[in-house]
Design a protein around this ligand. Structure first.
Ligand code: ZN
Length: 466
């Protein structure tokens, strides 16, 4: 098997793969796919069962059935390839926030997500996957993004890296920065996570005193911070801005770039696979195709032609063995560039549309319109125990309607009470104590317009009036 023992080994291979071009990338992808498939059939009871009708040899990627998050989560104990791991055990681990980024069963990293389907996912990275993500970040992505003068600028700011993310639970963004901080005791002070849930004035003050070289966050969080930078309350001089986790519109990108006066780069990532693709200066996302397979497909899971937006995209993660992800439905719409990108990268270029949650604009106590980030307010609800799925809809200038889907076995009244109290407390910190919270009798609904689940949205009836 061609998994390298160290970050340096992988980094060297990443360089060779790009240097060899499409043929070298394809060869690595094919070899790693064959090894992953053999491992999954041998060590995962779930995949052995799923693939039992297929021949022992000569199976191609497109022969394999598509898998979904609910299906994998349901079969969790059969899906994982380390028999010591069970869903109940991982759930116990993730219930304790003091264990964020701490090694699970000696050498695994654990994170959770709600993702676009609203159904919670639990993901485990093995040491080879962790090394792959690190090698790609340092040897490929930052090498592509940063020139000599940028490195000098980074050095002047002590290579300090600030991440603005949802905190308080095992989410991948904050967890990953925490992992890097714990790994490097010598430079631990150079990594810091800032909570997107804290009041904006406190976030601004904390960021000013940290003075980061690199700032990472959701596009909507960076947009909010761009407004603070323009207003002069935030005074950062970063060498690089990095975003991910939500779709970045051209309009937001321009606003953020001009506010901070440095490049804004984009990462296409998920809890299921970090760093699937990264942006180039031509605004295309380049897929790390030697370690990740992304298949844009239509509703029948047939490949879509280059240049056409897909219905969804199937992910195969070639590095992670403990929890094999093979033809996994990610739910995003992806368009593949038909030709080679003018930036010169041999990696396939894509654009992604997805994660269509809205920013809420609510009328505050003092009569001002205040913005609330979907990932921030969504996180507040998700942290309530006993919730299977939730949905928040802004139905008026100062009204929010909450829809809940309660887990089997949980007491409905207790869950409603706690979710409502948490939301109210959060709104108070955002100077939105006046906002009315309505309890919906109907469950969360799939969006007819986007065809996928949206956790936070503005009622289309009022969206047009804003
Ligand atoms: Zn490019």
């Amino acid at each position: 098997m061609e998994i390298f023992p160290s970050i340096w080994g992988i980094s060297l291979d990443l360089w060779h793969a790009e240097h060899e071009g499409p043929e070298g990338l394809r060869r690595r992808q094919n070899g790693r796919f064959a090894a992953l498939l053999a491992h999954a059939r041998g060590a995962s009871r779930f995949y052995r069962r799923l693939y039992q009708h297929l021949p022992a040899d000569g199976v191609k990627l497109h022969d394999l059935p598509v898998v979904t998050k609910p299906e994998l989560m349901e079969a969790f104990d059969d899906w994982v390839t380390d028999p010591r791991i069970t869903r109940a055990d991982v759930e116990r681990f993730t219930e304790d926030p003091s264990l964020i980024a701490k090694p699970y069963r000696d050498d695994y990293f654990v994170c959770m997500s709600s993702g676009t389907t609203g159904i919670p996912g639990l993901f485990i990275y093995d040491p080879d996957a962790i090394n792959m993500y690190r090698a790609i970040a340092f040897a490929r992505i930052e090498h592509t993004w940063l020139g000599a003068s940028d490195w000098l600028h980074m050095a002047q700011r002590g290579f300090r890296w600030a991440g603005v993310f949802g905190t308080g639970a095992h989410y991948v963004g904050a967890g990953w920065i925490e992992l890097e901080r714990q790994r490097d005791a010598f430079r631990a002070g150079a990594f810091r996570v800032f909570s997107v849930q804290q009041p904006l004035n406190e976030l601004v003050a904390d960021l000013n005193s940290f003075d980061p070289a690199m700032l990472t966050g959701y596009p909507s969080a960076l947009e909010l911070l761009a407004d603070e930078q323009i207003a002069g309350r935030l005074e950062l001089r970063p060498a690089l801005l990095e975003c991910g986790g939500e779709t970045l519109s051209q309009e937001s990108a321009e606003r953020i770039t001009s506010a901070f006066g440095c490049a804004l780069r984009n990462i296409y990532s998920a809890s299921e696979c970090l760093t699937m693709a990264f942006s180039c200066d031509q605004n295309w996302l380049h897929v790390n195709s030697d370690w990740v397979i992304l298949e844009p497909v239509n509703e029948d899971h047939r490949p879509t032609a280059p240049g056409e937006p897909s219905h969804t995209v199937l992910l195969t993660n070639l590095a992670n063995r403990v929890q094999p992800i093979i033809r996994y439905d990610l739910g995003d719409s992806v368009l593949v560039r038909p030709d080679r990108c003018p930036c010169g990268s041999p990696l396939p270029g894509i654009r992604v549309a997805g994660r269509n949650d809205d920013i809420l604009r609510l009328l505050g106590v003092d009569g001002n319109i205040l913005k609330v980030l979907p990932l921030a307010i969504g996180t507040v609800i998700e942290e309530t125990p006993g919730i299977h799925r939730s949905q928040l809809i802004q139905t008026g200038p100062d009204t929010i309607r909450l829809r809940l889907d309660i887990k089997d076995g949980a007491d409905s009244e207790t869950v409603w009470k706690e979710a409502t109290e948490r939301l109210k407390a959060y709104l108070v910190t955002q100077r939105l104590a006046n906002v009315a919270l309505l309890r919906a009798s109907e469950p969360p609904e799939q969006s007819a317009r986007f065809g996928k689940f949206r956790q936070v949205l503005v009622d289309p009836m009022i969206a047009g009036q804003r």
